[in-house]
Design a protein around this ligand. Sequence first.
Ligand code: SF4
Length: 63
Amino acid sequence: MRVEVNPNICEGHGQCNAVAPEIYDLDEGGYCLINNPEVPADAESQAEQGALACPVQAITVTR
Ligand code: SF4
């Protein structure tokens, strides 16, 4: 599974990081930063929950 954030959509709400801090880091401005877009199998559900938590749907999950 892969996760991607669209920086043009992300508004820095930080919800992704609140739900799944291991997947979604935040930069100094509070915007989502994905250090490793390849999500390990045991973190997939966390990554999905984090993507769903984004109020502006900035995160894309692909399988
Ligand atoms: S929840 Fe959405 S808008 Fe907020 S930091 Fe994460 S990706 Fe960006």
